[in-house]
Design a protein around this ligand. Sequence first.
Ligand SMILES: *Cc1c(COP(=O)(O)O)cnc(C)c1O
Length: 396
Amino acid sequence: MFGVFPLALKTALHKRMDDAIPYLDLAAQMRPLRRDIDAAIARVLDQCAFCLGPEVAQFEKEFARLCGAKHAVAFNSGTSALHVAMILLNIGAGDDVITTPLTFAATSWAISYVGARPVYVDIEDATFNLDPSRVEKAISLRTKAILPVHLYGHPCDLDPLLQICRKHNLKLVEDAAQAHGAAYRGCTVGTFGATGVFSFYPAKNLGACGEGGALVTNDAALAARARSLRDHGTTVRYFHDEIGFNYRMEGLQGAVLGVKLKHLGEWNAARRRIAHRYHELLGSTPLKLPCEAGYAQSVYHLYVVRHPRRDDLKRHLEANRIGYSLHYPLPLHLQKCYASLGYKSGDFPVAEQAARECLCLPIYPELTDAQVERVASVIQDFFETRRGTTEVGETE
Ligand SMILES: *Cc1c(COP(=O)(O)O)cnc(C)c1O
């Protein structure tokens, strides 16, 4: 079916024309923004407002508006915002929090930092997100909250989770670190639970020039306590209402994020366009492609494909100088740091299989059509070559 000659020719052509495609290209995002960012940084230098300050306050207002939240509180990272989210709900030693094993480790750190225990529940095969149908079996008298993640920018199924929370008197915190502007049934994520947490790590859909995070909520009392906790537990300087943290966002990051926030809508739209293009181009390959649930508007933080021969595909991409990444190669219940929780291989087979099979392709707003086409064409070659090999094997 796939003659040797045309394929060889195609490959030769690629070799001549190609340019390496990086997995991530932050420089491409920076170039057109550089003047605005320089000006924003200069404002902070002129004001010397380095810790919080007016630029951060302005960014908080604008970010709250984007999330449809009454309050946004800026932090020095998503991890610290998650930590404070747990404290706001008075979660501590002896408590359980139900969460997903397939996420960045910081989701579970928040639970561990307050002395509580992460209780993992397997994911849905289709969305990679916490599977609501498995949550109730994991609830015990110790359970205080559910901490789902909108993984890869795709909202998790919030309605059934909220229903479980009401029934069992639990709190919900959204880890929206990968999902700035994503929507669940038409509403932006972040305020479905008690609080929602975002990260502005540089590689996220909205990234600082350094570290940053935010907590959003519609609850004025939670927002006020979050503001106090991030600033040494103070509301009046040198009077400490409770033991707090230095989790303040830097003025420089607030100014940079203010510039970038204006572009988030167009960037997310570009990510969606690229995802749809990948979908068209890869639809005929044996890859399992990411799907968008009927309730979801994903912002495609990552474009994650799956295949049992993932490691071969990985090597093929490397040979063709196409960047890729693995999110995440080892689920949290199997990490060394959580050995004491007593989980073992096979406990969460859906997450474990996803970890073995998943591979993230380059996706960022600046990726060109030609680059997307080249990634797809290199992947098509991988499967065509493989099919050729199998056919030879079968005739022998
Ligand atoms: C990035 C990320 C975090 C942590 O955010 P930082 O800003 O890096 O501390 C937490 N959860 C998820 C799902 C993330 O992707």
